[in-house]
Design a protein around this ligand. Structure first.
Ligand code: NAD
Length: 254
Protein backbone atom coordinates (compact mmCIF):
# COMPACT_ATOMS: atom_id res chain seq x y z
CA UNK A 1 0.00 0.00 0.00
CA UNK A 2 1.29 3.46 -0.91
CA UNK A 3 2.29 5.40 2.22
CA UNK A 4 1.22 9.00 2.80
CA UNK A 5 3.41 11.83 4.12
CA UNK A 6 1.97 15.13 5.35
CA UNK A 7 4.38 18.06 5.46
CA UNK A 8 3.81 21.54 6.88
CA UNK A 9 5.65 24.50 5.40
CA UNK A 10 6.18 22.49 2.22
CA UNK A 11 5.90 25.54 -0.02
CA UNK A 12 9.59 26.33 -0.03
CA UNK A 13 12.97 25.79 1.58
CA UNK A 14 13.56 22.64 3.60
CA UNK A 15 9.87 21.65 3.46
CA UNK A 16 9.86 21.65 -0.34
CA UNK A 17 12.94 19.38 -0.40
CA UNK A 18 11.26 17.03 2.09
CA UNK A 19 8.10 16.89 -0.05
CA UNK A 20 10.18 16.08 -3.15
CA UNK A 21 12.14 13.38 -1.33
CA UNK A 22 9.00 11.60 -0.13
CA UNK A 23 7.38 11.83 -3.58
CA UNK A 24 10.52 10.42 -5.21
CA UNK A 25 10.43 7.56 -2.68
CA UNK A 26 6.89 6.66 -3.81
CA UNK A 27 4.84 8.30 -1.04
CA UNK A 28 1.63 10.22 -1.61
CA UNK A 29 2.29 13.75 -0.32
CA UNK A 30 0.04 16.32 1.33
CA UNK A 31 1.46 19.81 1.78
CA UNK A 32 0.15 22.55 4.05
CA UNK A 33 1.48 26.08 3.91
CA UNK A 34 0.28 29.59 4.70
CA UNK A 35 1.63 30.72 1.29
CA UNK A 36 -0.73 29.44 -1.40
CA UNK A 37 1.40 30.26 -4.48
CA UNK A 38 4.42 28.53 -2.95
CA UNK A 39 2.42 25.44 -1.95
CA UNK A 40 0.85 25.08 -5.40
CA UNK A 41 4.27 25.47 -7.03
CA UNK A 42 5.63 22.61 -4.90
CA UNK A 43 2.70 20.37 -5.88
CA UNK A 44 3.56 20.99 -9.55
CA UNK A 45 7.18 19.95 -8.85
CA UNK A 46 5.91 16.67 -7.37
CA UNK A 47 3.79 15.75 -10.42
CA UNK A 48 6.54 13.80 -12.25
CA UNK A 49 6.85 11.51 -9.20
CA UNK A 50 3.32 11.05 -7.89
CA UNK A 51 -0.31 11.58 -8.87
CA UNK A 52 -1.18 11.59 -5.17
CA UNK A 53 -0.14 15.12 -4.23
CA UNK A 54 -2.36 17.73 -2.65
CA UNK A 55 -2.04 21.16 -1.08
CA UNK A 56 -4.05 23.03 1.50
CA UNK A 57 -3.52 26.63 2.56
CA UNK A 58 -3.55 26.91 6.34
CA UNK A 59 -1.98 28.47 9.39
CA UNK A 60 -0.55 25.67 11.55
CA UNK A 61 -1.55 27.57 14.68
CA UNK A 62 -5.26 27.36 13.71
CA UNK A 63 -6.71 24.20 15.26
CA UNK A 64 -9.76 24.00 12.97
CA UNK A 65 -7.71 24.39 9.79
CA UNK A 66 -5.22 21.77 10.97
CA UNK A 67 -7.97 19.25 11.76
CA UNK A 68 -9.54 19.84 8.35
CA UNK A 69 -6.19 19.34 6.59
CA UNK A 70 -5.51 16.03 8.33
CA UNK A 71 -9.04 14.78 7.59
CA UNK A 72 -8.79 15.84 3.93
CA UNK A 73 -5.40 14.18 3.61
CA UNK A 74 -6.68 10.89 5.03
CA UNK A 75 -9.83 10.95 2.90
CA UNK A 76 -8.28 12.02 -0.41
CA UNK A 77 -4.97 10.14 -0.21
CA UNK A 78 -5.93 7.13 1.95
CA UNK A 79 -4.62 7.68 5.48
CA UNK A 80 -1.54 9.25 6.95
CA UNK A 81 1.72 7.48 7.81
CA UNK A 82 4.20 10.34 8.26
CA UNK A 83 3.85 13.89 9.56
CA UNK A 84 6.72 16.35 9.26
CA UNK A 85 6.18 19.48 11.36
CA UNK A 86 8.47 21.69 9.33
CA UNK A 87 6.60 25.05 9.18
CA UNK A 88 8.39 27.67 11.23
CA UNK A 89 9.17 31.35 11.46
CA UNK A 90 12.50 32.84 12.49
CA UNK A 91 12.45 35.88 14.77
CA UNK A 92 15.12 38.22 16.01
CA UNK A 93 14.42 41.24 18.22
CA UNK A 94 16.22 43.13 21.00
CA UNK A 95 15.37 41.15 24.14
CA UNK A 96 14.65 44.40 26.02
CA UNK A 97 12.10 45.46 23.37
CA UNK A 98 10.52 42.10 22.49
CA UNK A 99 6.75 42.30 23.05
CA UNK A 100 4.59 39.59 24.58
CA UNK A 101 2.60 39.50 21.34
CA UNK A 102 5.71 38.92 19.19
CA UNK A 103 6.94 36.23 21.57
CA UNK A 104 3.54 34.52 21.58
CA UNK A 105 3.22 34.50 17.77
CA UNK A 106 6.52 32.64 17.36
CA UNK A 107 5.52 30.13 20.04
CA UNK A 108 2.06 29.73 18.42
CA UNK A 109 3.44 28.89 14.99
CA UNK A 110 6.62 26.97 15.85
CA UNK A 111 5.52 25.09 18.98
CA UNK A 112 1.70 25.09 19.30
CA UNK A 113 1.45 24.49 15.54
CA UNK A 114 3.60 21.36 15.83
CA UNK A 115 1.52 20.14 18.77
CA UNK A 116 -1.82 20.71 16.98
CA UNK A 117 -0.67 18.95 13.80
CA UNK A 118 0.83 16.07 15.80
CA UNK A 119 -2.31 15.59 17.86
CA UNK A 120 -4.58 15.60 14.80
CA UNK A 121 -2.26 13.27 12.86
CA UNK A 122 -1.81 10.90 15.83
CA UNK A 123 -5.60 10.59 16.20
CA UNK A 124 -5.80 9.66 12.50
CA UNK A 125 -2.85 7.25 12.75
CA UNK A 126 -4.53 5.53 15.71
CA UNK A 127 -7.75 5.24 13.68
CA UNK A 128 -5.86 3.84 10.67
CA UNK A 129 -4.21 1.28 12.96
CA UNK A 130 -0.95 1.13 11.02
CA UNK A 131 1.29 3.20 13.31
CA UNK A 132 3.23 6.17 12.04
CA UNK A 133 6.19 8.51 12.26
CA UNK A 134 6.14 12.14 13.37
CA UNK A 135 9.18 14.34 12.77
CA UNK A 136 9.49 17.78 14.34
CA UNK A 137 11.85 20.42 12.98
CA UNK A 138 13.78 21.79 15.95
CA UNK A 139 17.06 23.67 15.47
CA UNK A 140 20.58 23.86 16.89
CA UNK A 141 19.15 27.02 18.46
CA UNK A 142 17.27 24.75 20.86
CA UNK A 143 20.62 24.40 22.67
CA UNK A 144 22.80 27.33 21.45
CA UNK A 145 21.95 30.93 20.59
CA UNK A 146 23.03 34.23 19.12
CA UNK A 147 21.80 37.35 20.93
CA UNK A 148 18.15 38.43 20.69
CA UNK A 149 16.60 35.18 19.48
CA UNK A 150 14.65 34.36 22.68
CA UNK A 151 11.28 33.57 21.08
CA UNK A 152 12.77 31.35 18.36
CA UNK A 153 15.15 29.50 20.71
CA UNK A 154 12.38 28.96 23.28
CA UNK A 155 10.06 27.60 20.59
CA UNK A 156 12.71 25.16 19.36
CA UNK A 157 13.68 24.09 22.89
CA UNK A 158 9.99 23.42 23.41
CA UNK A 159 9.95 21.30 20.26
CA UNK A 160 12.74 19.12 21.66
CA UNK A 161 10.73 18.52 24.86
CA UNK A 162 7.44 18.03 22.99
CA UNK A 163 9.21 15.35 20.96
CA UNK A 164 10.21 13.13 23.86
CA UNK A 165 6.90 13.69 25.66
CA UNK A 166 4.82 12.65 22.63
CA UNK A 167 7.18 9.74 21.89
CA UNK A 168 6.42 8.35 25.34
CA UNK A 169 2.64 8.95 25.05
CA UNK A 170 2.23 7.58 21.52
CA UNK A 171 4.63 4.63 21.53
CA UNK A 172 1.81 2.25 22.43
CA UNK A 173 0.01 3.11 19.18
CA UNK A 174 3.09 2.27 17.12
CA UNK A 175 3.77 5.95 16.52
CA UNK A 176 7.39 7.09 16.73
CA UNK A 177 8.18 10.77 17.34
CA UNK A 178 11.60 12.27 16.60
CA UNK A 179 13.09 15.71 16.04
CA UNK A 180 15.76 17.00 13.71
CA UNK A 181 17.92 19.97 14.68
CA UNK A 182 19.28 21.49 11.51
CA UNK A 183 22.24 23.85 11.72
CA UNK A 184 22.86 26.35 8.95
CA UNK A 185 20.86 25.16 5.94
CA UNK A 186 21.04 27.29 2.81
CA UNK A 187 17.52 27.62 1.48
CA UNK A 188 17.62 30.73 -0.67
CA UNK A 189 18.41 28.95 -3.93
CA UNK A 190 15.42 26.72 -3.15
CA UNK A 191 12.95 29.57 -2.86
CA UNK A 192 10.33 30.20 -5.52
CA UNK A 193 11.98 30.23 -8.93
CA UNK A 194 11.29 33.96 -9.31
CA UNK A 195 13.38 34.67 -6.21
CA UNK A 196 16.47 32.54 -6.98
CA UNK A 197 19.76 34.01 -5.77
CA UNK A 198 23.38 32.95 -6.03
CA UNK A 199 24.77 32.40 -2.54
CA UNK A 200 28.45 32.97 -1.74
CA UNK A 201 29.88 31.94 1.62
CA UNK A 202 32.92 33.47 3.30
CA UNK A 203 35.94 31.41 4.37
CA UNK A 204 34.86 31.94 7.99
CA UNK A 205 31.39 30.57 7.26
CA UNK A 206 32.88 27.42 5.79
CA UNK A 207 35.52 26.99 8.52
CA UNK A 208 32.77 26.96 11.12
CA UNK A 209 31.74 23.61 9.65
CA UNK A 210 34.13 20.64 10.00
CA UNK A 211 32.67 19.15 6.81
CA UNK A 212 33.67 22.35 4.94
CA UNK A 213 30.26 23.49 3.76
CA UNK A 214 26.91 24.72 5.00
CA UNK A 215 23.88 22.44 4.77
CA UNK A 216 21.48 21.81 1.90
CA UNK A 217 17.75 21.14 2.24
CA UNK A 218 18.40 17.63 0.87
CA UNK A 219 20.60 16.90 3.93
CA UNK A 220 17.50 17.27 6.08
CA UNK A 221 15.13 15.56 3.63
CA UNK A 222 17.20 12.37 3.52
CA UNK A 223 17.18 12.18 7.33
CA UNK A 224 13.38 12.54 7.31
CA UNK A 225 13.14 9.60 4.92
CA UNK A 226 15.41 7.51 7.14
CA UNK A 227 13.57 8.36 10.38
CA UNK A 228 10.25 7.45 8.71
CA UNK A 229 11.51 4.11 7.42
CA UNK A 230 11.44 0.66 9.01
CA UNK A 231 15.24 0.95 9.32
CA UNK A 232 14.62 3.48 12.10
CA UNK A 233 11.94 1.35 13.78
CA UNK A 234 13.78 1.35 17.13
CA UNK A 235 14.40 5.12 17.18
CA UNK A 236 11.93 7.34 19.03
CA UNK A 237 12.08 10.44 21.21
CA UNK A 238 15.43 11.49 19.73
CA UNK A 239 16.69 14.83 18.46
CA UNK A 240 19.12 14.36 15.57
CA UNK A 241 21.49 17.28 15.04
CA UNK A 242 22.38 17.79 11.37
CA UNK A 243 24.82 20.68 11.17
CA UNK A 244 28.04 19.48 9.50
CA UNK A 245 29.63 19.36 12.96
CA UNK A 246 29.19 23.11 13.58
CA UNK A 247 27.90 22.72 17.14
CA UNK A 248 30.64 20.34 18.30
CA UNK A 249 33.56 22.47 17.05
CA UNK A 250 35.58 24.53 19.53
CA UNK A 251 36.51 28.07 18.50
CA UNK A 252 40.21 28.67 17.89
CA UNK A 253 42.42 31.07 15.95
CA UNK A 254 44.50 29.72 13.04
P1 NAD B 1 11.41 28.89 5.03
O1 NAD B 1 11.04 30.23 5.59
O2 NAD B 1 12.19 28.85 3.76
O3 NAD B 1 10.09 28.01 4.85
C1 NAD B 1 9.14 27.93 5.88
C2 NAD B 1 7.81 27.58 5.26
O4 NAD B 1 6.83 27.56 6.33
C3 NAD B 1 7.33 28.63 4.24
O5 NAD B 1 6.85 28.00 3.08
C4 NAD B 1 6.25 29.38 4.99
O6 NAD B 1 5.24 29.93 4.14
C5 NAD B 1 5.69 28.29 5.90
N1 NAD B 1 5.00 28.84 7.07
C6 NAD B 1 5.40 29.86 7.87
N2 NAD B 1 4.49 30.10 8.81
C7 NAD B 1 3.48 29.22 8.61
C8 NAD B 1 2.26 28.98 9.27
N3 NAD B 1 1.85 29.71 10.33
N4 NAD B 1 1.45 28.00 8.82
C9 NAD B 1 1.81 27.26 7.73
N5 NAD B 1 2.97 27.45 7.06
C10 NAD B 1 3.79 28.42 7.50
O7 NAD B 1 12.16 28.13 6.22
P2 NAD B 1 13.26 26.97 6.17
O8 NAD B 1 14.59 27.61 6.31
O9 NAD B 1 13.00 26.05 5.05
O10 NAD B 1 12.97 26.26 7.57
C11 NAD B 1 12.09 25.17 7.70
C12 NAD B 1 12.11 24.70 9.15
O11 NAD B 1 13.43 24.36 9.53
C13 NAD B 1 11.63 25.76 10.14
O12 NAD B 1 10.93 25.16 11.20
C14 NAD B 1 12.94 26.33 10.65
O13 NAD B 1 12.81 26.92 11.94
C15 NAD B 1 13.82 25.10 10.67
N6 NAD B 1 15.25 25.40 10.61
C16 NAD B 1 15.80 25.99 9.50
C17 NAD B 1 17.18 26.24 9.48
C18 NAD B 1 17.85 26.88 8.29
O14 NAD B 1 19.07 27.18 8.38
N7 NAD B 1 17.18 27.10 7.16
C19 NAD B 1 17.97 25.91 10.58
C20 NAD B 1 17.37 25.30 11.69
C21 NAD B 1 16.02 25.05 11.70
Amino acid sequence: MRKIAAITGGGQGIGRAIALAFAQEGYGVSIADIDMDAGLETVELLRPYTDDAMFMKLDVSNEEEVRHWIERTATELGGIDVLVNNAGIFHIADVLELTAEQFQRVISVNLSGAFLCSQAAARMMKLNGRGGSIINMASTRAFMSEPNTEAYSASKGGIAALTHAMAVSLGGYGIRVNAISPGWIEVREWQLSSRKEIVVHSETDLKQHPVGRVGKPEDIASACLYLSSEKAGFITGQNLTIDGGMSIKMIYEE
